[in-house]
Design a protein around this ligand. Structure first.
Ligand code: ZN
Length: 343
């Protein structure tokens, strides 16, 4: 105990002294490397756990459930995302592809690469909410050993486009075809183009049907003052699909007098995907949603990656298939280039 207290105090002295020798206008990269040493201290104070190795990139991760910001070494973070986001019984090459995608997405968001960070928690590079950034669980349990292996086997590798980490979006199951980014989100990205995604039929959510009472549907939109239902008209006549993409995903829906995006409609009703059809039964006041796929459908399909892996494809082949015109390379190599070009 005394020994660890001594180690903590010595480290604090070193950290404080270093501050005086930092250049007055230290660049972002310098600041990140400097503050990267601090979380190890908190680690030792809060329970005496072994501090993780920290000789590379660290990310400031906002842990949503704990409500805490923690600095996590990139490789530990990558394993934790694979653990949280992927079925652990997937093929090793599918998990490897997921690890590289998770690492790329985090670095794309991070301040290391001039990213904007987490939109909900500006002090963080990413948060652990799957709806905002990426899910994360500490990968310290034996059940996550495949996730740790995937991070190790792909150490430091990221997907790049024009030498920059990509916004490596991914989802559970595309329903047979992935989607162009602009049909789901507002921006079009050259590497996020829809491609056929065969072999997903075995996924549990490849097709799904959800029955909902009309009152539930109305309730979902009650709090939204922008949505105006028409008086005295049945709901079945007030909800209409206005436009769909080539892959069948709903892009715009009319509700009463209002037009909303398919993505917003999906979120409000918690549907599996925007690839849906509606069947109304006015007599029973029931609507049935028939959905295809699970998730937003953009970028890498995990179910499709699994199908490719079972066919003998490597993680590089999987990544190059789902992200158009990209390269797979070491994160370190590009960081050095960016630092040099900023100097
Ligand atoms: Zn976030």
């Amino acid at each position: 105990m005394k020994k660890s207290l001594y180690a903590v105090l010595s480290l604090m002295v070193v950290v404080l002294l270093s501050a005086f020798f930092l250049p007055e206008h230290a660049g972002e990269q310098t600041e990140k490397r400097f503050f990267g040493a601090l979380p190890s201290l908190f680690y030792m104070e809060n329970g005496g756990e072994e501090a993780p190795e920290n000789d590379g990139i660290t990310l400031d991760v906002y842990l949503t459930e704990e409500g805490k910001l923690r600095s996590i070494p990139l490789e530990e973070y990558t394993a934790g995302v694979v653990a949280a986001e992927t079925p652990m019984n997937y093929h090793a090459e599918a998990l490897n592809a997921q690890a590289v995608a998770a690492r790329s997405y985090a670095l794309y968001k991070s301040k290391w690469y001039s990213g904007e960070g987490c939109l909900s928690h500006p002090e963080a590079d990413v948060c652990s909410s799957p709806g905002c950034c990426q899910g994360y669980v500490p990968p310290d349990d034996d059940i996550y050993k495949n996730a740790i292996k995937a991070a190790k086997d792909t150490e430091n590798l990221i997907v790049t486009f024009r030498n920059h980490p990509i916004r490596a979006l991914y989802h559970a199951c595309s329903g047979g075809h992935t989607e162009n980014a602009e049909n789901v989100f507002s921006e079009a990205l050259a590497y996020l183009r829809g491609v056929p995604s065969p072999g997903e039929e075995g996924h549990l959510r490849y097709e799904n049907s959800v029955k909902m009472h009309i009152s539930e549907l109305e309730e979902a939109f009650l709090g939204d003052e922008n949505i105006i239902f028409l008086m005295d008209y049945p709901v079945s006549e007030q909800i209409e699909i206005l436009s769909q993409s080539d892959t069948g995903r709903v892009m715009d829906v009319r509700i009463g007098l209002t037009k909303i995006s398919g993505t917003e409609f999906r979120q409000k009703l918690n549907l599996d995907s925007t690839n849906f059809l509606m069947e109304f039964n006015d007599e029973e006041a029931i609507v049935t949603f028939l959905t295809k796929g699970y998730g937003h459908g953009v970028g890498l399909s995990q179910a499709g990656a699994q199908a490719m892996a079972l066919e003998g494809k490597t993680f590089e082949e999987i990544l190059s298939y789902y992200y158009s015109g990209v390269s797979v390379q070491s994160a370190d190599a590009i960081i050095e280039k960016e630092v040099v070009s900023k100097a």
